[in-house]
Design a protein around this ligand. Structure first.
Ligand code: HEC
Length: 218
C-alpha cells in the first residue's frame, strides 16, 4: 500500500519534471526565433553589423559619462517665485538631456538610443558612412527593419512654429519631420507632438505603447 503510494508520487514527479522541461524548451524556442534577413546579398552595406556594434559601444560609453556627471552633481536648489532650479539647475537639465539622448534601454532590444540615428559628430544625423551612402534610412531596434527616411539633424526643430501658410512667401512653414506631419496643431508645439513618434515607431524604438518608454526610463 505504502509502496504503491510512493510509486504514484514518483510517477507524478516525473510527469511534472518532463512537462516543465518540454514547456521551457518551447517557451525558449518562441522567445528567440532565428532572425529573418529578407535581403539578397549585396543590398545591405557589408560593414553594417560591425558599424552598428561600433555606434552602440560609443553610445553606451557616452551614456556612462553622463551617469558619472549625474552622480557627481550637487543637486540644484528649487527657489524663487516662480520656483526654478537654482545653482546647478542648468547642469542638471543638460545632464538629463544627455541621459535621455544616449539611453539604449529605451528600445525593446536595448540596442537603439536616439543618438544611434542622431549623433552630434554627424550633425545630429546618422553616424554610419556606409548607411548614409547606400540605405539612407537607418536600422531600427528590430534587425533588418529601417526607418523610411534619413535621420533629420534636429538642432533647431524645437524652434519651428506650428505649421502654417505664409501668404507673402506663398508657402507652408513650420511643423516637425520632413513632411511637417507633426503640425503642432493639437499641442501648439510641433516638437511636443514629434517627441511622441520615435518610441512607438515600429521602425525606430518600436514599443507597443508610449508608457513602455516611461517605464524603461524610470
Ligand atoms: C532608427 C533611427 C532613429 C531613431 C532611433 C530616432 N530617430 Fe528621430 N528621426 C529619424 C528619422 C528618419 C526622422 C525623420 C522622419 C520623418 O520625417 O518621417 C527623425 C526625425 C526626428 C525629429 C524631427 C526633426 C525636425 O526637424 O522636424 C526629431 C526632433 C527627432 N527625430 C528626435 C528623436 C528622438 C528624441 C529620438 C529618441 C527618442 C529619436 N529621434 C530616435 C530617425 C530616428
Amino acid at each position: 500500500m505504502r509502496q504503491a503510494r510512493l510509486m504514484a508520487v514518483a510517477v507524478a514527479c516525473a510527469t511534472i519534471a518532463t512537462a516543465t522541461v518540454v514547456s521551457t524548451h518551447i517557451v525558449h524556442g518562441q522567445s528567440s526565433p532565428p532572425i529573418y534577413n529578407p535581403y539578397p546579398t549585396g543590398i545591405l552595406p557589408s560593414d553594417i553589423a560591425s558599424e552598428e556594434t561600433r555606434v552602440q559601444t560609443e553610445v553606451a560609453g557616452i551614456f556612462k559619462s553622463y551617469i558619472t556627471q549625474w552622480q557627481a552633481l550637487t543637486p540644484p536648489v528649487v527657489a524663487g517665485n516662480p520656483p526654478i532650479l537654482m545653482n546647478t539647475g542648468y547642469e542638471a537639465q543638460r545632464i538629463l538631456g544627455g541621459l535621455l539622448q544616449y539611453d539604449l534601454t529605451i528600445s525593446p532590444f536595448q540596442n537603439r538610443a536616439c543618438a544611434s540615428c542622431h549623433m552630434p559628430y554627424a550633425a545630429f544625423s546618422g553616424p554610419i558612412p556606409s548607411v548614409n551612402l547606400t540605405m539612407i534610412a537607418y536600422p531600427g531596434t528590430l534587425p533588418y527593419r529601417a526607418g523610411k527616411r534619413t535621420a533629420q539633424r534636429y538642432t533647431y526643430s524645437h524652434t519651428f512654429p506650428v505649421l502654417g501658410y505664409n501668404k507673402t512667401q506663398a508657402a507652408f512653414f513650420g511643423g516637425n519631420f520632413w513632411d511637417s506631419r507633426a503640425t503642432g496643431y493639437k499641442l501648439q508645439a510641433p516638437d511636443a507632438e514629434q517627441a511622441q513618434g520615435p518610441p512607438v515607431d515600429p521602425l525606430e524604438m518600436g514599443f507597443p505603447d508610449i508608457a513602455c518608454i516611461a517605464y524603461r526610463i524610470s
